[in-house]
Design a protein around this ligand. Structure first.
Ligand SMILES: [Zn+2]
Length: 310
């Protein structure tokens, strides 16, 4: 990571220059400000006795965090939402070996096909999501034993269920692609969220009887119960162009596998956004990106290289 930081630092002044030694066209760029995480409430009660915050058949869980990616023409960069403000303590969250609700250290995922996109056949979006999961699985520093739980039509979505968008409080898999939801779902998350947010990943964590986040392995990070990924059906989704499903799925699955946003965004004079460095985990969509390397690879490996022995 240190090398990447140095490289990013070295690139910054170059990015800000308004000329180039080559015969490139003159471009002016302005850094897009990254806003601080936003705080929101999620209605949980201490003791896990509330209707919300209790997984029907298992330990108490709650929604701890959401990370969203914005569209290229949005004024806002993708951001983080922290639920249930616990003072200024902003925990990171990760999966913990031995804690998975299916009893396995292999990482499972599920694709809910009951909320398809309006724009492409569900088989096409499912194939795109599967390709994105395979891409993360094929990063060779890690051994996730990633596997797909077959789609069987069951209801999914803890956060969706909490706010009347259908769903279920039950565990389904470690990472769930919950499907495409209407604009109103995204307006809950940010002002004009339905116009800016392409996709969002929620982190659900285990909570102790006193309502605090569980940290069974004492690594200073809350223990992830599972993650949920939702796509905004207000946008026009496609396979290989426009807003590419595989690209956004790869980004969200990156969050699903514990990666945070990365890279500084710059607005060019023509209105487009470019990133330094460009990465799958950039907070704003900047076109087709279906491979993992550089910082994405390093971030993934820092989380998973020793799994399940960390
Ligand atoms: Zn994101």
């Amino acid at each position: 990571m240190r090398n990447f930081s140095l490289r990013a630092a070295a690139l910054l002044p170059l990015s800000l220059l308004v000329f180039s030694c080559e015969q490139e066209p003159v471009v002016e760029v302005m850094e897009v400000a990254t806003t601080a995480p936003r705080f929101m409430d999620f209605p949980t009660a201490k003791g896990g006795s509330a209707t919300l915050g209790k997984n029907a058949d298992g330990p108490a869980v709650t929604v701890a965090m959401a990370e969203y990616i914005t569209g290229a023409d949005s004024d806002e960069m993708g951001n983080t939402i922290l639920f249930n403000n616990r003072g200024n303590k902003q925990l990171d969250f990760d999966f913990v070996p031995g804690q998975s609700l299916d009893g396995s250290d292999a990482i499972s995922y599920y694709i809910d096909e009951s909320r398809p996109s309006d724009d492409v056949p569900v088989e096409v979006s499912t194939d795109a999501i599967v390709r994105s999961m395979d891409t993360w699985d094929n990063v060779d520093c890690s051994d996730l034993d990633l596997f797909r739980v077959p789609t069987d039509g069951r209801a999914t979505g803890f956060y969706a269920a909490a706010y009347g968008f259908g769903g279920s409080f039950n565990y389904v898999a470690d990472v769930v692609h919950n499907g495409w939801l209407p604009a109103a779902f995204f307006d809950r998350l940010a002002p004009n969220g339905s116009r800016s947010i392409l996709g969002v990943t929620f982190t659900l964590v285990f909570i102790n009887p006193d309502g605090s986040f569980q940290d069974a392995d004492n690594d200073g990070k809350g223990d992830v119960a599972w993650r949920e990924i939702y796509y905004n059906d207000r946008f026009n989704w496609s396979n290989g162009s426009g807003i590419d499903i595989e690209t956004v799925s790869l980004h969200e699955a990156g969050h699903g596998l514990s990666q945070a946003h990365f890279g500084k965004g710059f607005r060019k004079k023509d209105g487009s956004v470019q990133f330094s460095p460009r990465a799958v985990m950039n907070a704003t969509y900047s076109g087709l990106q279906t491979e993992v390397d550089g910082t994405d690879n390093a971030g993934h490996c820092s989380n998973w290289a020793n799994w399940p022995n960390n």
